[in-house]
Design a protein around this ligand. Structure first.
Ligand SMILES: Cc1cc2nc3c(=O)[nH]c(=O)nc-3n(C[C@H](O)[C@H](O)[C@H](O)COP(=O)(O)OP(=O)(O)OC[C@H]3O[C@@H](n4cnc5c(N)ncnc54)[C@H](O)[C@@H]3O)c2cc1C
Length: 381
């Protein structure tokens, strides 16, 4: 029997990315027929952020890859305005224009922003977090400038792949082998080899910063090497958008920590990239698309039903770069040898069994053969 919290009539969602959108849809699916108000500081409807560093940079004419189906939740949508404060006692969200929006329950889904090599916003340092960012970089790449990308994670590799695809002489600056920290040595080597074969120059460094030289920014590495390029893109991680909550008492050491059902308080949930949640023996943010969706579903239900289930978190991640498509279910990075579950050396399903008993399945579509694989016939991830 579900125990409904019937007193809720007004739910406010701050942040209109995929987590906010999913929360709204879930509230309706759970039968909530009260008022939902969504506050988002971007002027556009929610869109697919993963597309920004993939098809958006790669496809010549397609500017639709980021579009999501039109919302059907019937919420009041206040776009292009930021929440700048929150009064937990009076249950009100304060907006940049001075307006206050009251709530019975609140869902915080303000996501993250791109970290930068230099503090503050610098016009000649590109990042890719928003649609506006991606459109600006796409337009700049069209004139085939030389490019340096700083950051060897999935985002850095996807951007470098887009730059190479656009015909730009491109250098990637990374700590160690790109993607190794995210995927493990074997899978990272496949992306590395494909990238180098397609003309990417990879420079390993312990540190990188932007410095001014002759009126333009250059990338200065730890060993004193300087890399010049017409376009500098940083892909050096993200920072949660929690500043507007600074005086609320909701933050723990600067982090927005939720329980296993996504709640910070009985009537306040936090979901998506902004929220740190308990999983796999730790409390951490997992800034991934399906993580945001899964968190939002659980937390929206938890606001409405006291008996709503906890999050059963299963990591799912995908990336596309240099002609390789990878989809991974389960924890990464993976270490040691893989088993081929299905397919050939060119594409297929691989599996790693972790020391703690968990397994990771990886679907790979790649052009270069993967060595050191052991063939098996079943998979039960
Ligand atoms: C370029 C790129 C590629 C990615 N690729 C992948 C991928 O391949 N696979 C994968 O799993 N994940 C990928 N991700 C991560 C994935 O996109 C995120 O995990 C997901 O979008 C998080 O959704 P969210 O709703 O929590 O946050 P966001 O999408 O960041 O949405 C938060 C929204 O809240 C707004 N906001 C912030 N502060 C305020 C405020 N004070 N008031 C009002 N509104 C505010 C923000 O502007 C934003 O619109 C990628 C991310 C990026 C940037």
């Amino acid at each position: 029997m579900s125990i409904l919290r019937d007193s809720l009539r007004d739910i406010v969602v701050v942040g209109s990315g995929i987590a906010g959108l999913t929360a709204c849809d879930t509230l309706r699916a759970e039968g909530f027929d009260g008022r939902i108000t969504v506050i988002g500081d971007e002027a556009v409807a929610p869109y697919s952020r993963p597309a920004l560093s993939k098809a958006m940079l790669r496809d010549e004419d397609d500017l639709t890859s980021h579009l999501l189906p039109e919302a059907t939740h019937g919420a009041i949508e206040r776009r292009g305005i930021a929440a700048v404060g929150l009064d937990v006692d009076r249950q009100r969200v304060r907006l940049a224009d001075g307006d206050e929006v009251p709530y019975d329950a609140l869902i915080i889904s303000t996501g993250t922003r791109a970290r930068r090599l230099t503090p503050g916003s610098r016009s000649d340092e590109y990042t890719v977090r928003t649609l506006a960012d991606a459109l600006a970089l796409r337009a700049r790449l069209a004139s085939r400038p030389s490019v340096v990308v700083v950051g060897g994670g999935p985002l850095g590799m996807e951007i470098a792949s887009g730059a190479i695809g656009a015909g730009c002489a491109t250098t990637l600056v990374a700590k160690g082998t790109p993607l190794a920290a995210h995927l493990g040595a074997l899978l990272a080597a496949r992306f590395h080899d494909a990238a180098v074969a397609q003309g990417l120059k990879i420079v390993a460094t312990d540190s990188a910063k932007l410095v001014m030289r002759d009126g333009a920014s250059v990338v200065a590495l730890g060993d004193g090497t300087v890399i010049e390029a017409q376009v500098i893109v940083s892909a050096v991680g993200d920072a949660p958008n929690v500043e507007w909550l600074a005086t609320t008492g909701l933050l723990t050491g600067g982090a927005l920590v939720v329980d296993r059902r996504g709640l910070v308080r009985p009537n306040i949930a936090a979901v998506g990239d902004v929220a740190a949640f308990p999983h796999a023996g730790r409390v951490a943010r997992v800034p991934l698309w399906t993580s945001a969706i899964d968190q939002a579903k659980v937390a929206a239900a938890a606001l409405l039903r006291l008996d709503a289930p906890e999050l059963a978190f299963q990591q799912y991640f995908w990336t596309e770069a240099f002609g390789i498509s990878l989809k991974a279910i389960g924890p990464t990075p993976v270490a040691g040898e893989a088993e081929i579950v299905e397919g050939t050396g060119e594409q297929g399903l691989l599996r790693w069994r972790q020391a703690d008993g968990r397994a990771t399945a990886v679907a790979l579509d790649y052009r270069v053969p993967i060595p050191k694989l052991r063939r098996v016939t079943t998979c039960s991830v």
